[in-house]
Design a protein around this ligand. Structure first.
Ligand code: PEP
Length: 247
């Protein structure tokens, strides 16, 4: 049976104490979960989450990192510190970072470089807005976001994780139709194969308004290796239902 990857992005939707209580609730479930589960709490909760996950096989991810290794960048967190806090993964280019923090494609490239240097696997988030889709720009946007990121890997044999997250699907309750999803995921797979001349060690995820009512239909896509889950990952029953789907 295929082993899927499930990434829980808690964003800033859970304060420190709430996150700690939630992890206590999650641990017994995580201990027996067969799938690869990656939790991305806020920065302050990383180290304690890492400690709490010790009896489980779940892994830790951060939600972003600095584009710089070190220096006078007030308020930023470097990739090396994320590694020391126990992170194996980190989101790069989430649309909320691109929108609210004005992160550019060049910023995402520098972040991915920092992460690879710190032996953290970047989770490359790409996706088009509703306007871009209506203007038939979906693939040119995906290409503009993904190509420079793939260049960072050069000969690296790090796992390549790409999350297709259409901006119009995040937090809206709308998900792509099956044909829209397959078309985008197939394009991403093909693009990686062409640019890197290989597609091994690649994980393709979908993210945007996944809940326990629509996860199963998405997972039917033959191009999908897992899901990136925002809001629903903070609801224990929903998260458990999603992760247990293909057990
Ligand atoms: C996300 O922001 O990465 C995400 C998938 O959010 P949601 O599931 O809440 O749409």
């Amino acid at each position: 049976m295929k082993r899927y990857t499930y990434i829980a992005n808690w964003k800033m939707n859970s304060d420190y104490n709430t996150s700690m209580r939630y992890i206590e609730q999650l641990v017994p479930f995580l201990k027996q979960a067969e799938q690869r589960i990656i939790l991305c709490p806020s920065f302050l909760a990383l180290a304690q989450t890492y400690a709490s996950l010790a009896p489980t096989r779940a892994l830790l991810g951060a939600q972003t990192c600095s584009a710089f290794a070190k220096g006078s960048y007030t308020g930023q967190i470097d990739a090396q510190s994320l590694k020391q806090a126990g992170c194996s993964f980190c989101l790069v280019g989430h649309s909320e970072r691109r929108t609210y923090c004005h992160e550019t494609i060049e910023d995402t490239v520098q972040q991915a470089k920092q992460l690879l240097q710190a032996s953290i696997t970047p989770i490359l988030c790409i996706g088009e807005t509703a306007e871009q889709r209506s203007a038939s720009q979906t693939f040119s946007i995906l290409e503009a976001q993904l190509t420079p990121l793939l260049n960072v890997y050069e000969d690296s044999c790090a796992e390549l994780i790409v999350a297709y997250e259409p901006v119009w699907a995040i937090g809206t309750g709308t998900i792509p139709s099956r044909s829209q999803l397959d078309e985008a995921l197939a394009w991403i797979k093909e693009h990686i194969k062409k640019q890197r001349n290989k597609a091994d060690n690649t994980t393709i995820l979908y993210g945007g308004s996944i809940g326990d009512a629509n996860a199963a239909s998405c997972l039917e896509s033959p191009f999908l290796d897992g899901l990136l889950i925002g809001n629903a990952s903070l609801d224990f029953q929903k998260f458990k239902n999603i992760v247990s789907l293909n057990c």
